[in-house]
Design a protein around this ligand. Structure first.
Ligand code: F6P
Length: 356
């Protein structure tokens, strides 16, 4: 058997652990492994396919990023080829990819990806007959069918560390600090880091916020002698009746909610309000122990799925064990924070305002 591994879309801490888990589990079975460079680019002649042996995956578990490289503009069904008159031109190159897959005599593909890359993997499986298994990757934790995606725990840890640090300076200067975290249209990172970091207000996409309620909480703290407040805002949070802030509407790049919220808080309360946008810091660095272990286990579980011929499926964490789920089922509905979850209830019980 010859297994190919691809890491497409935004990177997430733990990617290298998955690669190592998959490679060692393959070698253990006497199989051969190759890595596709830059998402699917390596199969389209834009980069290359590299052999992955035990040496190639030595000492990489703790490293952030991906040894294979990645790109967010790597959909073989809509490959950006050239620019004409400033407009980007897209071309379906999926048949070329299939031809490269066959020429290289690859027997199965492990697609490590978030919703975008897994959707491509799903199409390659359904429409082109490529034997694919998926591994759910994203710091956003918004892939369905699995309790957790790898990368999420590390991102939450990074965000929590930042919120902890912002506390002391906010208190010293008696300011409001608005910390913007990633997560796209899901509030997992904001909610988990906000609770762990003792935020006073947490704004998530699942609960449209009311700025009057946010300011009410800040004023109440003033009365109680707490002259600073920490607001954690998910990049996808939006006010009631409003829309999500976008930096780049064409590529749906989210961002800018912290500035908008901070300007309103300052205008409505008269308190000096500053912002901190954590951005890609949340995607970098060494994965936490949880993400390393999850990555290694996901990688090995993906190889077991291949050994059982269960293509078109994605490995999934369903504590205390690992399971699998059809990729299309996992992607059918993005996993958002359920409003009746105990985490939401806990935030409210702790007196944290969710802006509603
Ligand atoms: O999906 C992961 C993620 O980091 C999101 O949280 C964020 O909105 C997006 O990717 C940023 O993508 P890019 O690196 O393309 O700006």
């Amino acid at each position: 058997m010859k297994i190919a591994i691809s890491t497409g879309g935004g990177d997430a801490p733990g990617l290298n652990a998955v690669i190592r888990g998959a490679v060692l589990a393959s070698l253990h079975r006497g199989w051969e492994c190759v890595g596709i460079r830059r998402g699917y680019g390596g199969l389209l002649g834009e980069d290359r396919v590299v052999p992955l042996d035990a040496n190639a995956v030595r000492g990489i578990t703790h490293l952030g990023g991906t040894i294979l490289g990645t790109t967010n503009r790597g959909d073989p069904f809509r490959w950006p080829t050239s620019r004409s008159g400033g407009a980007s031109v897209e071309r379906d190159r999926s048949d070329e990819l299939v031809a490269a897959f066959r020429t290289l005599e690859i027997d199965a593909l492990i697609a490590i990806g978030g919703d975008g890359s897994l959707r491509i993997a799903q199409r390659l499986f359904r429409e082109k007959g490529i034997p694919v298994v998926g591994v759910p990757k994203t710091i956003d934790n918004d892939v369905g069918g699995t309790v957790a995606t790898f990368g999420f725990d590390t991102a939450v840890q990074t965000a929590t560390d930042a919120i902890d640090k912002v506390h002391s300076t906010a208190e010293s200067h008696e300011r409001v600090m608005v910390v913007e975290v990633m997560g796209r249209y899901a509030g997992w990172i904001a909610l988990h880091s906000g609770i762990a970091g003792s935020a006073d207000v947490i704004l998530i996409p699942e609960i449209p916020f009311d700025l009057a309620k946010v300011c009410e909480k800040i004023r109440r703290r003033e009365v109680e002698g707490r002259h600073f407040s920490i607001v954690v805002a998910a990049e996808g949070a939006a006010p009631k009746g409003g829309t999500v802030s976008l930096i780049d509407p064409v590529h749906e790049r989210l961002g800018g909610v912290a500035d908008k919220v901070a300007n309103s808080i300052e205008a409505m309360t008269g308190k000096e309000t500053r912002t901190l946008v954590l951005g890609h810091l949340q995607r970098g660095g060494s994965p936490t122990t949880f993400d390393r272990l999850l990555g290694l286990r996901f990688g090995a579980a993906a190889v077991r799925l291949i050994a059982e011929g269960k293509f078109g499926n994605m490995v999934a964490l369903r504590p205390p064990t690992f399971d699998f789920v059809a990729i299309d089922e996992a992607l059918a509905t993005p996993k958002r924070v359920p409003l009746d979850s105990d985490t939401i209830a806990t935030a409210r019980d702790l007196g944290i305002s969710l802006g509603d």
